[in-house]
Design a protein around this ligand. Structure first.
Ligand code: MSP
Length: 683
């Protein structure tokens, strides 16, 4: 009979694909990955979910700015995120996209059910909305307000610093208030529901006690979302759409709901601190209203900050994980990120700290321990690790005691989500093992010829190898390569079937032959040079990249294959068949009017004569390159004439203008001589 394993379901938040993910976002996924790997290695049947949160105004606007449609945009961005997780060797079992068909259907069904049972009702909403945060704020919640001469508030900034605008709209609401007492009681009965524990008081005092307002769960002001089936002018507002991914991914309420039955409720839902509120107030209420059990723990980790505060493109202090992985290897980056985020506090990334961790923790403490051990086993034992024997000397007994304590603490810390502390615990054993070499002085034991000394020397070598083996296994949830390399230098192979909870020093395999010369797994770096390298990556202007990306996206709207990873058109590499090219109709058109679009800094609205009966309107995101757009009047340009009309900012755009970049990187419209008649085809 096969034993059934206990299950463990862990989730990351689903990421907005509105920009490239940086080391801050990557932290959440790496931390979850470490936990997923740890649980698998301690006998659990794990399901690890991550994905992308693809709807909402921000995405719609981003796509519009880039001159592409939201779906093509999110397709490419989601592909980029999947690629990043591959690079970071994330072991997720599923990647959900909120544009996945099964998710959209399930969300519509849930919405309908909640409406039928009276939890969702139609009302009207007025509030200050921040597009960037995808969130409404009341006037008192705004960090800054702008007033007119009469003192009336006419605008302001959200706590995040993003601009807000007053929005009034018909909206469906979720009756959150109705469940406030139930939620408070649930918190009381389940103190482990919110971790770290102090966040629970924050939720109670800041959000629930002051009065839980009903939550707007639909919008009519944009289109890019899941339509409410019974009233499709409404799209379901992102939080209901987003939060429910955790159950739709498991096939909730479908014919194949075996995963849902097996894994729900989740064991750990890890989120950053700014979205704890959504996950510990709205999400539990939604689940409760649906009659479903709540996740066991929502864990809110802190932020990884930079010296000058939060990471942001506009500050120019963003670091992308690929940059660090390419130069320092994956394990260094995974180790650094997990180590740098303390439990319940923000961590700070600095180039100095990063390089110090590489040099001190990895190259010195761990790397040297391995190098010395391998060298000594070669020198004193002919390369063969002697059989492990406990407590030959008091030093051995002391090292064994430290290893026992480390192992027990490590498990407790991992199980309680103290990931950084669990790594620190391994480093205690590393430090203790290094000290053990100094205490036992193997080079002196080796000089003595008596049996006692030989016996002791053998015990020291076996203890060093046994300790390194424990260290390697315990590192394996965080590092995906070094543990195998460490074991391989000791002549051992990494055994995936070993349960980390059953690992002991004494289970060191017998008579293993170490490598003759170990190569350093973590080379020492020149601190000055590397700090300068990382700092340069942070200050490198994103501007050029941004422009190139925009250009590529704009062109790609033709082919629908924009690749934001390298801002290169995939089609530039791939040849297209002549009949595919032939389908595109290029025409000469004269600009008869052009103006800026109110509220959209980047857009110009063109009226063109393309030789048709009616004028044509085209919107193009090139305003920044034409500060005096009227100068363009009368110019003859080339348009893609048979592009399906699209709505941008509530206006129809009937085609696309061809442009190119000049030597300074400025986008310029491609023009043709005046003598060519309007409407002539370009072949
Ligand atoms: N789409 C929402 C989540 C919906 S979940 C149903 C979202 N996406 S996000 O892309 O903005 O953020 C994803 C995660 O990245 C969040 O947990 C956030 O806290 C985390 N981080 C973003 N910047 C971070 C740091 N600088 N440091 C640590 N984590 C950070 O929110």
């Amino acid at each position: 009979m096969t034993e059934t394993k206990p299950t463990y379901y862990i989730t990351t938040p689903i990421y907005y694909p509105s920009g490239k993910l940086h080391i801050g976002n990557s932290y959440t996924t790496i931390a979850c990955d470490a936990l997923a790997r740890y649980k698998r290695a301690t006998g659990y049947d794990v399901f690890f979910l991550t994905g992308t949160d693809e709807h909402g105004l921000k995405i719609e606007e981003k796509a519009e700015q880039l001159g592409t449609d939201p779906k093509s945009y999110v397709d490419e961005m989601a592909a980029g995120i999947k690629k990043l997780w591959k690079t970071l060797e994330i072991s997720n079992d599923k990647f959900i996209r909120t544009t996945d068909d099964y998710h959209e259907k399930a969300v519509q069904k849930m919405f309908q059910q909640l409406q039928d049972q009276g939890d969702i009702y139609l009302g009207e909403y007025e509030g200050w909305y921040s597009v960037d945060d995808e969130e409404y704020f009341t006037e008192t919640q705004l960090a800054e307000v702008y007033r007119d001469d009469n003192g009336k508030v006419i605008g302001g900034k959200a706590p995040s610093g993003h601009e807000v605008q007053l929005v009034k709209e018909e909206s469906y609401f979720f009756k959150m208030g109705k469940y406030a007492d139930w939620l408070l009681d649930y918190y009381k009965q389940h103190p482990e529901f919110i971790q770290p524990a102090n966040r629970m008081n924050e939720m109670i005092n800041n959000f629930i006690k002051p009065g839980l307002e009903d939550l707007a769960v639909s919008r009519t002001t944009f289109n890019w979302g899941i339509p409410v089936k019974s009233n499709p002018k409404h799209v379901i507002y992102v939080w209901l759409d987003a939060l429910t991914n955790y159950i739709t991914a498991l096939g909730y309420d479908t014919d194949d709901d075996s995963l849902f039955k097996k894994f729900w409720p989740a064991n750990v839902q890890m989120v950053g601190k700014e979205i704890v509120r959504f996950h510990t107030i709205y999400w539990p209420i939604m689940l409760h209203a649906l009659g479903l059990p709540l996740p066991k723990t929502v864990f809110g980790h802190n932020w990884l900050l930079m010296k000058d505060g939060k990471m942001s493109k506009s500050k120019g202090n963003v670091i992308y994980p690929e940059t660090l992985v390419n130069r320092y290897g994956l394990d260094s980056v995974r180790y650094y990120l997990v180590r740098a985020m303390p439990y319940g506090n923000d961590g700070t990334f600095t180039p100095e700290d990063f390089v110090d961790r590489l040099n001190y923790d990895l190259a010195n403490d761990l790397g040297n321990l391995l190098n010395r051990t391998v060298a000594m086993i070669n020198k004193y034992e002919g390369g063969v690790i002697p059989a492990y024997e406990a407590g030959v000397t008091e030093f051995d007994a002391s090292l064994e005691a430290t290893a026992e304590t480390t192992m027990a603490n490590y498990h407790k810390l991992m199980d309680n989500l103290h990931l950084s502390d669990a790594l620190a615990e391994i480093w205690k054993l590393i430090a203790r093992t290094n000290k053990y070499i100094d205490e036992t002085e193997p080079w002196i034991l080796a000089k003595n010829d008596d049996d006692d000394s030989k016996h002791q020397l053998g015990a020291v070598m076996a203890h060093l190898a046994a300790s390194l083996r424990v260290i390697a296994y315990f590192l394996s949830p965080v590092m995906t390569h070094a543990p195998k390399q460490i074991l391989s230098q000791l002549g051992l192979t990494f055994d995936d079937d070993i349960n980390l909870k059953e690992l002991t020093m004494a289970s060191l395999p017998k008579n293993s032959k170490v490598v003759e010369k170990g190569t350093p797994i973590f080379p020492r770096r020149d601190a000055k040079e590397e700090v300068a390298f990382i700092a340069a990556q942070m200050t490198k202007s994103d501007k050029k990249k941004g422009r190139a990306a925009m250009e590529a996206a704009k062109q790609a709207a033709n082919s629908g294959v924009w690749n934001p990873e390298n801002t290169e058109l995939k089609s530039a590499k791939k040849q297209v068949r002549f009949d595919a090219f032939e389908k595109i109709e290029l025409k000469v058109a004269e600009i008869i009017d052009v103006q800026k679009v109110q509220g959209a800094d980047k857009l110009l609205q063109f009226r063109l004569d393309a030789g048709d009966a009616d004028d044509r309107q085209i919107l193009s995101g090139i305003a920044e390159y034409y500060p005096e757009p009227k100068d363009l009047m009368g110019k003859k340009v080339i348009i893609v004439a048979n592009l399906k009309p699209r709505k941008m900012r509530g206006q129809v755009s009937q085609g696309m203008l061809l442009s190119s970049e000049d030597s300074e990187g400025k986008v310029q419209l491609v023009t043709v001589p005046e003598s060519i008649k309007n409407g002539s085809t370009v072949e």
